[in-house]
Design a protein around this ligand. Sequence first.
Ligand code: PMP
Length: 481
Amino acid sequence: MPPQSLAPAAAVLAGVKAAVHEIYDTALIRKLDAQHYMHPFTDHAALKEKGVRVMVRGDGIYLWDSEGNKSLDGMSGLWCVNVGYGRTRISEAVYKQMETLPFYNSFFNTTNVPAVRLAALLVELSPPQFNHVFFTGSGSEANDTNLRMVRRYWDLMGYQGRHTIISRYNAYHGSTLAGSALGGMEGMHEQAGMIPGIEHIGQPNYLESGQGMSENEFGLVAAGWLEKKILEVGADKVAAFIGEPVQGAGGVIIPPATYWPEIQRICDKYGILLIADEVICGFGRLGAWFGSELMQIKPDLITFAKGVTSGYVPLGGVLVGDRVAKVLIDKGGDFNHGFTYSGHPVACAAALENLHILLEEKLVEKVALETGPYLKAKFAALADHPLVGFANSCGFVAGLNLVRKKAANVHDSEYFQPDQSVGMICRGHMFENGMIMRAVGDRMIIAPPLVMTCAQIDEMVAKIRFCLDATLADLQQRGWM
Ligand code: PMP
């Protein structure tokens, strides 16, 4: 018998048991959720009032909740379920690995077979400058690793104090202290505080800042903000620039074609390391194995997570380019950094199976040549809707801006007031009608599973149009249009 103080209350045990065994007792699960589960990025007071939606099953591009409602998952879970739900191959690989060796660490001169095989496969799939991989448990941890690696690199190179990393406002690089500081989300900075040596420049958001310019002119101007910041900080103090090839959580901000090559030129000019955060863009999301290939840049470090396992189990990491790896390995001695779960054998087994699915089903090529262009055309056609001011996509990420009144030139459109929360209203209509689409302000975004077929794209776009109509009727009824 455990001492009285350690025995869980009988009522709690009964509740948990009922929730586990009767997973469709939605009311009970909601109650326990409200009582005990702290969710990420959530206003809990508001959540308690509304109650959560309980997801219970996924298959392909569809999800079902505990009340039997079916949804089309336009967000791949959270930008990650690239091969779709219900892939038995991955669960079998995970089961087999758990039976054989569920865990061993990679410290103290040991390794495990899935981690080695995965590192080798990632090197094969990635651009030629990458021959090493450092594993983490998440994208945030991978960006913490980046920060430590680039600072260590410059120290070893004899440039003590060359520690500043330049990032962009509205970037998302994770939620650990370093991840949130590297990111450019002001709401996170306010709550978490900043760490020293991180600077931010404007994002390449043509809609926001490109008035009076062509997209390509604006791309050069936005990249120029990096050079300005380097000169302000002092080139000998700047260690690296970090950016997502296409900003995801910030609202699917697709940069002009001129932006990234100019960023590369500036990094080369000042010898600054370039970090591509490909947590979203990697593994086929943009129709290339890595977004940096599409953007024609040659990063020194690539952050990955999400799509590497299609989210089936957590895994992240850093692809370490030769420039950095050589110095850390040849000159570095101990790199005092790592995680219990670095190279977790079960996570690596899941990743291997997931990458084999991507390869065998040629999903990256499919997004590049077939379904990506199809989505682009169908999504762009939504711009004829009275609520849509601008719609664009890149591979399998896409976004559209809701406007009160559109104009021929996107910069002349009239927008809603931020406190009207029109994006959230639209998202509500989407959810009610079985379409999962995310709102970032008044920009509605998607990142569907890469297995989505052209017929399913038609189904998704029809659903989106139906929900835009419902939103329009709602806004007209409120007298906002
Ligand atoms: N970088 C980017 C670009 C991301 O989109 C995310 C997650 N959305 C992260 C880093 C952080 O990854 P994680 O949530 O796995 O820590």
